[in-house]
Design a protein around this ligand. Structure first.
Ligand code: ADP
Ligand code: ZN
Ligand code: ZN
Length: 730
């Protein structure tokens, strides 16, 4: 017998080994980890399949060292899904399988879950939990929780306490107040009491009814609901119904770190054991969450993109919240789309899949139109809350001073005077996007990229937002010694302007720079929620799922970059951003208002969006895509190459194109051409686009082509990668 083993290596193949000595064949189940010799080292591999023969001569076959797992870490369904994804996205199988495992398992640590329970010791039983509640509230709560469960509970049940319960657990263990014991199959206790939610509206009820009615079968839904229409309530009820039948719900969200509120809401409202899976977790917690998912201990699994590969033992429902979000597509390495894989996984597991958004991707809207997805609509906000009207401010008539026009400043005053909060959105961090010489026109540029440096005044630094390079801020122009001026606005500059205009109002700025420190985001959000700060300025970070009930005015400082973007999805992203930001206003019973500053208020795209809403915009955008033969009407794959020598990527892509033409398949090859930003981080970049009317010929080309590419002599001089269904064309 020969073992076909995947190793974490950038090679598009499996490696053959002989089974370890004295290994009973029934232990060799696909999906287990096996320790193998590789070169002079040992590596952790994953058994994909067994075969009766190898292409290698017998004397070159090495023997695997030992089996790590009794039970597969990747069950049959998941293994098949991953193998499919490896073929579809043209990514090496070893790296794909590895991506599905927590780091601890990649390193070979044991996966078996100790069947341990937690209970109070005699010492712990004697502690007065009320007496310590002011000093250590978390410990007090955990003691109380355990006191109510005399037979003990499982560690995962403690997750219901929220916060950093694992740390608290450790502290109590160290004090000998609690102990681990061998669990003897006592019945599981309900972890917490669920807080009841609002009475569902008719539309919410209808959506929940459809979804829960299809539990047990594959059924893809687009939940199209304006911001604040109560989509999350629908997810919660559907997850509750799935759990009542003993099934697990997987909820994918764009970024958990940015939405602590959402995690708490799920926890409090469902009272079900949950697992969180995202890249911000320490290894051990991630492994614990992975185990809870696999054992079925967690009923709800909330995670980011990579959680699509979570080992759900009993998957009943998949939710992809904010399904239009670009973060669901990985942009480097294994370039998969978690949203698309969610639909595939739902199909394979006979589970309904709910894609939710106020601004769905054009792909999903098209899938509804074609009858592939069922649309569920939440057209209104519950109660008296209404979606805010959007007004434009023509910057050609109302000049902006340091970013803010008079009408916007005037509106801010009005809203603040009424005791409400104001949010300003600008998708540029830093102080100013360029530092410019008024004398000779010199602009501070990155030495390694075709890009300007952004001025960060707080740090007195120039920073390149593309490669991270930094430089000192020169006092005068290096060419002509004239004075330098910051041009344009970033969030820091708006913050400065606001401090001048509203000296008595503290301003909270939220962008990648301001929330770097751990806990900084929470502090800032808290200042907004408590009302301590009433002016909020920030980037994209603010648009993702936050609920600011007292914000009644949203100002979009500048969205013009998106109007003339060269990328295929530039206008779609712009429309989504405008509506998502606008959706932060008027969420409670306070009516909201949105002001959009623009140099081009009459731009047809903007007009379409403002007069007909997202639906009308989407129809127009889809017609444009159809006329241009872009997705979702066609299918794309992008071959990217980069090198430090300028000509190398183009040479490689020309050779690649010649190879592709050889297959004589019904695909269109576009390029090669330099990337829109040709030089980044000191490397020159170019790309070749492959376009096809259906997926069939595209896939038929990619498989053999990619193998040939690796053999091309020109390939040795470049770094190259294939991106199937690319999110961006640069
Ligand atoms: P979305 O996920 O669509 O942005 P949410 O589910 O977060 O919307 O709901 C927005 C707000 O409306 C929340 O404060 C939520 O508690 C409230 N809400 C949702 N559904 C209802 C309802 N049926 N009745 C009253 N309030 C509701
Ligand atoms: Zn100059
Ligand atoms: Zn740079």
């Amino acid at each position: 017998m020969v073992l076909k083993i995947a190793l974490n290596a950038p090679l598009r193949r499996l490696f053959d080994y002989l089974p370890p000595h004295d290994c009973p064949p029934d232990r060799l189940r696909p999906g287990i980890r096996i320790l193998v010799p590789f070169g002079s080292r040992r590596r952790v591999g994953i058994l994909v399949e067994t075969a009766t023969a190898s292409e290698l001569p017998a004397n070159r076959l090495r023997r695997a060292l030992s089996i790590i797992d009794d039970d597969p870490v990747l069950d049959e369904d998941l293994l098949e899904l991953l193998c499919w994804a490896s073929r579809y996205y043209q990514h090496p199988i070893g790296e794909v399988l590895t991506a599905a495992l927590p780091t601890a398992l990649r390193k070979g640590r044991p996966s078996a879950e100790p069947a341990a329970g937690i209970r109070l010791t005699a010492l712990g039983s004697g502690i007065d939990s009320d007496a310590i509640s002011s000093r250590s509230p978390a410990q007090s709560r955990m003691l109380k929780f355990l006191r109510e469960r005399e037979g003990g509970c499982e560690a995962t049940d403690l997750a219901a306490l929220g916060g950093s319960w694992r740390d608290t657990l450790k502290r109590l263990r160290n004090k000998n107040w609690i102990e681990d014991f061998e669990w003897e199959g006592a019945p599981r206790q309900a972890p917490a009491i669920a807080i009841p939610g609002p009475q569902l509206t008719a539309a919410q009820h209808e959506a929940v009814r459809s979804i829960t009615g299809s539990l047990g079968q594959f059924s893809p839904y687009l939940l199209f609901g304006v911001t604040g229409s109560g989509k999350t309530e629908v997810y919660l009820e559907a997850a509750r119904a799935a759990a009542a039948r003993g099934g697990q719900t997987l909820v994918l969200v764009p970024e958990i770190g940015l939405t602590p509120q959402l995690v708490d809401r799920f926890r409090q409202r469902l009272g079900l054991p949950m697992a969180l899976l995202h890249s911000g977790l320490p290894d051990s917690q991630r492994l614990a969450a992975w185990r809870d998912t696999r054992s079925g201990a967690a009923a709800v699994i909330l995670g980011t993109r990579s959680a699509i590969f979570a080992p759900l033992s009993n998957l009943a429902l998949i939710v992809v919240d904010e399904e239009h979000d670009a973060s669901f597509k990985q942009q480097d390495g294994f370039r998969y789309s978690a949203r698309d894989l969610a639909v595939l996984r739902g199909r394979r597991s006979n589970a309904p899949v709910v894609l939710g958004s106020a601004t769905p991707s054009l792909e999903s809207i098209y899938n509804v139109r074609e009858g592939r997805y069922t649309q569920l609509e939440l057209p209104h906000r519950p109660g008296s809350a209404v979606a805010p009207p959007i007004r434009t401010v023509d910057l050609k008539h109302h000049a902006a001073t340091n970013g803010l026009s008079t009408p916007l400043v005037f509106a801010m005053k009005q809203h603040l005077d009424r005791g409400n909060q104001v949010l300003l959105y600008l998708n540029r961090r830093g102080y100013a996007p360029a530092l410019f010489c008024g004398g000779c026109g010199w602009i501070a540029a990155c030495r390694r990229c075709d890009a300007h440096m952004t001025l960060h005044r707080e740090a007195s630094q120039l920073r390149c937002h593309h490669c991270g390079a930094t430089a000192a801020v020169a006092a005068t122009c290096p060419e002509c010694a004239a004075d330098l001026h910051p041009v344009g606005e970033g969030t820091q500059r708006i913050e400065e302007t606001l401090a001048r205009l509203f000296p008595d109002e503290p301003v909270v700025r939220i962008d990648r720079d301001s929330v770097q420190r751990r806990g900084a985001l929470e502090e800032r959000l808290e200042a907004v929620h408590s009302g301590a700060a009433r002016i909020l300025v920030g980037t994209q970070m603010l648009t993702k799922g936050h609920d600011f009930p007292n914000v009644t005015l949203v100002g979009i400082v500048n969205a013009d970059q998106g109007l003339f973007g060269t990328d295929l999805r530039a206008s779609e992203r712009l429309a989504q951003t405008i509506l998502q930001v606008a959706g932060r206003a008027g969420r409670a019973d306070k009516p909201g208002e949105v002001l959009l500053q623009s140099q081009y208020p009459d731009h047809p795209l903007l007009q379409r969006l403002l007069t007909t809403g997202y639906r009308g915009f989407a129809e127009a955008a889809l017609s444009e895509r159809e006329a241009a033969a872009w997705p979702p009407f066609t299918y794309l794959a992008l071959l990217r190459a980069e090198a430090s020598a300028m000509e190398a990527p183009l040479n490689f892509l020309r050779a690649a194109r010649a190879k592709a033409e050889h297959f004589a398949l019904p695909v269109t090859l576009l390029g090669p051409a330099p990337a829109p930003m040709q030089r980044r981080a000191g490397r020159f970049r170019a790309q070749l686009l492959v376009q096809a009317d259906t997926r069939g010929p595209l896939q038929s080309l990619l498989r053999p082509w990619v193998e040939q590419l690796a053999e091309l002599p020109a390939a040795k001089k470049v770094r190259w990668a294939v991106d199937v269904d690319p999110g961006e064309l640069f």
